[in-house]
Unconditional design. Structure first.
Length: 279
């Protein structure tokens, strides 16, 4: 997952106007605004190699309080993104809103390995999922997605999500962002496999869209803006269906399919953060 190094400078980005017609969720928030919530919680992860290239992936923030209720921000990504970063630190692409309405792209280092080179993230034992508690800037800590927005083992079946349904993807294909302020690129794909449950039997599913290096680790999610079959039940808030893990290839041929790890495995990985250490 090596792409040319690019460091977006500060730019002026006027706030976009809302679209004329918005789908409302039950609490009254527009679907457009809910999509922005996911955009705000998604960040670029990268590690330069010192030779003009860098390893790039995507990650997103979850608000996952500790068992005693104290706040905690958890970074979620694909485990292979961090595995492919050999150094002890990576950069997280924070973004800062400036008083004049512009944005500053402000990547900052974050440790991913201890001095003895042992990973400090937690990997799901069976899936390509990594989670890590981080100290995020205050604005990003507030933007972290509620833990309850992660789909569980019943969510897709309960809302009849199946082949042909649209899901959104956020990431940084080939290390690119949607603008120089460092915001992720939003794309859409259709569920391309069946069945999707039970998750224990089908831990991943396919999404029909082109995957590039830099997409890995990004959230795959549903909001009321996604088109579904009329008459289907709809949840009261968006949900993250999974994490983009890889593309499908046959030999060197790309099939324009992404492999998505179900979000329930993110829940499982986060629960490991609170598990007692092995003796």
């Amino acid at each position: 997952m090596w792409v040319p190094a690019q460091t977006p400078p500060e730019v002026s980005a006027p706030a976009p106007a809302p679209p004329p017609a918005l789908v409302q969720d039950a609490p009254g928030r527009p679907a457009w605004d809910l999509t922005l919530a996911l955009i705000g919680a998604t960040v670029q992860l990268d590690q330069p190699d010192g030779q003009g290239t860098r390893t790039v992936g995507a990650g997103f923030l979850i608000d996952a309080p500790r068992p005693d209720g104290t706040p905690r921000t958890v970074l979620v990504t694909a485990a292979h993104v961090l595995n492919q970063m050999p150094g002890q630190t990576m950069r997280i692409g924070w973004r800062t809103a400036l008083p004049d309405g512009s944005w500053k792209f402000d990547p900052q280092p974050a440790a991913i390995r201890a001095p003895d080179d042992q990973p400090i993230w937690t990997r799901h034992p069976d899936r390509d999922i990594a989670v890590m508690e981080i100290t995020a800037p205050e604005a990003f800590a507030r933007a972290a997605i509620p833990l309850g927005w992660l789909a569980d083992q019943n969510t897709l079946a309960a809302y009849q999500v199946g082949p042909g349904d649209e899901l959104f993807s956020l990431g940084f294909p080939r290390g690119l962002s949607s603008n120089r302020a460092g915001f992720p690129i939003l794309r859409v794909g259709r569920v391309a496999s069946w069945p999707l449950s039970p998750v224990t039997a089908f831990p991943t599913f396919l999404l029909d869209f082109t995957v590039f290096p830099g997409n890995s680790g990004g959230p795959i999610f549903w909001t009321p803006a996604a088109r579904t079959i009329p008459g289907k039940a709809e949840p009261q808030h968006p949900f993250i269906a999974g994490v983009l893990a890889q593309e499908v290839k046959v030999g060197d041929e790309r099939l324009d399919l992404g492999v998505v790890v179900h979000a329930v495995h993110v829940r499982e990985a986060i629960s490991l953060l609170d598990a007692p250490p092995w003796p």
